[in-house]
Design a protein around this ligand. Structure first.
Ligand code: NAD
Length: 504
């Protein structure tokens, strides 16, 4: 069969960028072009300041994007391109990935649970309108069951040129942010859904050949489109379910004599259950889990499977409860008043090794603390200050943010004078980099949790016990940026913010 020679990926986000970078690295004979409507995002992909932080990503992108000469491979021409010329990339591709966002619908039927497929439909229509040769169209976004079939209808109704054949495949992405490169290089499985006619099966094989450049064939599963679409939702729902399960058990631990770490270890050592994703936390975040659980809820409801819908909806309910419970514990531990108290928040990203803050538990917890008149002092090694402010802006007015939020370039100054230090992202540096000693001494290496500590303010001479000197020796006053300052001089130039804020 004819090998794929040219790939276009619509959507240069957390999925499209890393996935295509790996495909390009592993397939030097395939030209890969990632396109997006967002000019700033494309410009960033072409620069040294990639639009997303992901360990190992920069090396992979540079390898495929920039001409390589010398070394073991000798001369290697670039085969990874980023562009906003969507039509041109579509026209010259054999295979097109759709990797656009599929958020929860905000208005209309199914608002609050159904997936908004507007971006998917817009991408499909564009493909149908500009294509003059046969295309394999691969749905990579996470979508409700039946979307491949919907795309077939769109292509049948929109395509101008009836001689052009569109084969629709489902190929959901299972990478996790923070480990995307590792996941892409060594995936547990590649899932390809197709129809069962010979043309569709051949298209599925051509896509499988792209992955077979580095993925063992036995890990490439071919299934029907419905199974493929549902499997992706099911995987995310079951991962979210594990997190809500362990968080609900941690609530029981806190009112009994049980210890959640001990329970998680004892349960996780059962080989039928396994030890992964059993860390208690303030609740799951990220752009996917909540929306995918809600998408499954909507599918169940639309087939009148109300008990099934209710079962999955409770996973999201428990997550909301976990975030509220976490904030409540902080407030109660500080005598039910946060008025004029400084609370340090270490970590804003929804998990370590990413700068992504979408649905981060930190946004919710900080919001609850601000509502109690606390002053929150935030530090995160990867999240930009303007992102933190923009995450809080929908819930608080600018005046409140200016008074109640400060963003720091290092954790030491964020913790100085704080009544509590709240760790909301499990960044390694919080475990190993010599945090303020009252925090570090009690910090569990694995579990993400709140430590309530009393950290004295620095005296004018800066004199403190030796155990505190590791974090007071940094003069951090110039690193502080209040929300007010940020509002007056928004940070728009990436170069004004070093890629690793506060890294020593
Ligand atoms: P994202 O928001 O980071 O990126 C989507 C990109 O698509 C944006 O840059 C947007 O500008 C672009 N876009 C939207 N419509 C477009 C159009 N018509 N033409 C060109 N560009 C367009 O989203 P993401 O996190 O990469 O997720 C993409 C999909 O993959 C979602 O369905 C998500 O559920 C799924 N997914 C995400 C992850 C993850 O960890 N982020 C993992 C697996 C699957």
């Amino acid at each position: 069969r004819e090998p794929v020679r040219s790939i276009c990926c619509i959507g240069a986000g957390y999925v499209g960028g890393p996935t295509c970078a790996i495909i390009a690295c592993q397939n030097p004979n395939i030209q890969v072009t990632v396109v997006d409507l967002d000019q700033a995002r494309i410009d960033a992909w072409k620069s040294d300041h990639l639009p997303i932080f992901e360990p190992g990503l920069r090396d992979v992108v540079q390898f495929a994007r920039d001409e390589q000469s010398g070394g073991r491979e000798g001369f290697r021409p670039p085969n990874l391109f980023f562009s906003t010329d969507i039509d041109c990339a579509i026209a010259s591709a054999d295979l097109i990935f759709i990797a656009v966002n599929t958020p929860t619908k905000l208005v209309g039927q199914g608002a609050g649970s159904a997936s908004d497929l507007a971006y998917v439909e817009a991408a499909a229509r564009r493909i149908a309108e500009v294509s003059t040769s046969d295309k394999i169209v691969v749905q990579k976004s996470t979508v409700p069951c039946g979307t491949a079939q919907t795309l077939r209808h769109i292509f049948a109704s929109v395509a101008q040129n009836t001689d052009v054949n569109f084969e629709i495949l489902s190929n959901p992405e299972f990478l996790a942010e923070g480990t995307a490169i590792r996941d892409l290089l060594s995936p547990d499985r590649i899932l390809i859904g197709s129809n069962t006619d010979s043309r569709a099966l051949q298209a599925a094989e051509r896509l499988a050949d792209v992955y077979a450049a580095w993925v063992p064939r036995e890990r490439i599963l071919t299934v029907n489109c419905w199974s493929s679409e549902l499997s992706k939702l099911a995987a995310n729902c079951m991962l979210a379910q594990r997190i809500s399960s362990i968080n609900s058990l941690s609530a029981i631990c806190e009112v009994t004599g049980a210890n959640i770490d001990q329970v998680a270890q004892a349960v996780g050592q059962d080989t039928r259950i396994g030890s992964k994703m059993l860390r208690a936390s303030a609740g799951f975040g990220g752009s996917c889990f909540k929306k995918d659980v809600l998408c499954l809820v909507h599918i169940a409801e639309s087939y009148n499977l109300h008990e099934v819908a209710l079962y999955w909806r409770r996973i999201v309910d428990i997550n909301e409860y976990s975030k509220a419970r976490f904030a409540k514990r902080i407030i109660q531990s500080l005598h039910n008043t946060l008025d004029r108290k400084k609370i340090a928040i270490l970590g804003w990203a929804y998990k370590k090794d990413t700068g992504d803050t979408r649905e981060s538990a930190a946004i919710n917890v900080a919001g609850q603390l601000i509502a109690e008149n606390a002053h929150v002092a935030v530090y995160d090694p990867e999240v930009r200050p303007d992102q933190i402010i923009s995450d809080l802006t929908p819930h608080h007015n600018t005046d409140t943010l200016a008074k109640r939020v400060s963003i720091y370039k290092n954790p030491y100054s964020a913790c100085e004078g704080a009544s509590a230090v709240v760790i909301l992202t499990e960044w390694d540096e919080f475990k190993t980099d010599g945090l303020p000693s009252p925090v570090a001494n009690g910090l569990d290496k694995e579990v993400l949790e709140v430590r309530l500590v009393s950290i004295p303010r620095r005296t004018s001479e800066g004199s403190r016990g030796s155990s505190e000197s590791s974090w007071v020796k940094h003069d951090c006053s110039s690193n502080e940026r209040s929300a007010e300052n940020l509002a007056e001089s928004p940070i728009s130039e990436p170069e004004t913010i070093p890629p690793r804020l506060g890294k020593k």
